[in-house]
Structure formats: C-alpha cells, structure tokens
Design a protein around this ligand. Sequence first.
Ligand code: SAM
Length: 281
Amino acid sequence: MANGTLYIVATPIGNLEDITFRAVRILKEVDLIAAEDTRHSRKLLSHFGISKPLTSYFDHNKAFKGGVILDKLQKGMSVALITDAGTPCISDPGYQLVRDAVASGITVIPVPGPSAVITALSAAGLPTDAFTFEGFLPSRQGKRREKLAALKGEPRVLVFYESANRLSATIADLLEVIGERQVVVARELTKIYEEFIRGGLVEVATIIQERQIKGEVVLLVSPAAAMEPIAAQSMPLLLQRYLQAGELSLKDVVKQVAMETGLPRSDVYAEALRLKAEVSG
Ligand code: SAM
C-alpha cells in the first residue's frame, strides 16, 4: 500500500485572516488532523467550516502518539499537523514526527504561513540579513544567565520567545549579563493590542516597569556592534538609576556603567559629575 502524506500546516498567530487558502484546502482534504490542543483547534477549524477527524499530538504524548500517526500514514492516510498557533516545530511539537516520517519514507509537505519569529523580525527595524532564533530562554535564572553569557558575542540579532510575566526578569538579566543593547519587544502580533516597544535595554526596562505588559511576546536584541550610538544615548539613564539606588560608590557606579555600555570610563565619569552637579545645584 502506498504511504500517505504528512502536511505541516501553519495556522494564524492571532488574526484568523492570516490563514492561507492552501492551508484551508489541505485541512479540508486530509483524512486526519493532528493538533496540539484539539479543543483549541476545533474552534479554528469550525471558523473555516472544516470538519475532520482530530487527534491530539502534544509534548507529553508525542512519543506514543507519533507511532500511532506514523502507522496511519503508512496505511496510506493523509495527515495534517497543526499547533495552537503559528508554524508547527518552531518552539512547538512536530520535529520528532517529521524526523520519523522522513526516516520511514513518508513524504512531508510544508504548508507555510505565520510564525511569530518572522512576523516580529519583519517589522522590528533591526538588521534581518542574519539572525539567531533562540526560542525560549531557560526559566531558571542561573541557566538563563549562562545562556545569555554564551550569546554575548553573537554578531547577529538575537530573537527569543518570552512570556509577558518573565519579560522584566529577562530584560534585567540581559542588562547585567550582556550590557546595554537596542531591543524590540514585539507584543500581541496580528492582534488588537499589537505593539512594538523599541529602545535601549535601560529605556525598555523603565517602560515595562511602569506598566504591566500582557500577552505574547517576541524579544529581539541587536548585536553589540550596532550599539555605540544607543549606548551613548542610554548611558545617562543607566547612571541615574545606579546613583539613585545609592548602593554603589561613585567609582563603582562609573565602572559598572562603563562595563554595561562599553563606553570609555572617562565619558561615563564626566556624565556622572554633570548629573551630580545638576542634582546638588
Ligand atoms: N510555533 C509558533 C510560531 O511559529 O511562532 C510559536 C509557538 S510558542 C509555543 C509560543 C510563543 O510564540 C509565545 O510565547 C510567544 O513568545 C510567541 N508568539 C506566538 N504568537 C505570538 C503573537 N501573536 N505575538 C507575539 N508573540 C507570539
């Protein structure tokens, strides 16, 4: 019996109009749809008038379920894999199924569409000729900092998926581990409250401290080489923050800020003196 085909189908990351004509057609034609969360996907499918047998395929059942799906493919059934949002396999389940299907000689056909990483990059205003997609950072601070330290010298734009409630902790770690950079927080892409918060890390840290950031977030970090003008801009703000905190001596504040911004200590010292004079005058 001829093998069936496995389709990897991208679905919207918010705005339902972003589904492609081809995705709708394939989802209508396949014998079975494997979805990360069948209840969630049923809503999407019914919006497009798609009524097909659904089965679940998610992180905690993928070892067993992958075998079941492979078996159906080998019996000639066509299967579409979808996830809750965006492109399967991109920080989402799917990779092992694709790997095993390929190894079993099953044709795998991608049906491209939205993905938050590309959507964020396309409008971030950061260099896009090369980038490093890192998915989610570790949730434990120690591991997260280790990872960031390893990425410090990366010459390409860094792209992370992040949860809104961990964003400020990640920004604080970025500042401490890799120093001031230009960043873009791309939030709620394609949805009603879509927003891009752009600026230096210090500036963005201040913005997100002042208001609660909700929803889904992609965090983009510019490479160190693109930073000199931004470092110069945000250095006074960073100085002010350390001086106001009053935890370090002036000498240590200058040392810290010079390290974080990559600017000469003499420049930072001159600015610190100017700020102090402003405060006392
Ligand atoms: N496979 C998906 C894709 O192709 O983008 C990603 C799935 S991953 C489990 C979910 C993460 O993607 C979220 O935590 C967030 O970082 C990012 N994300 C998904 N939709 C988003 C949106 N509409 N706006 C911003 N970020 C989004």
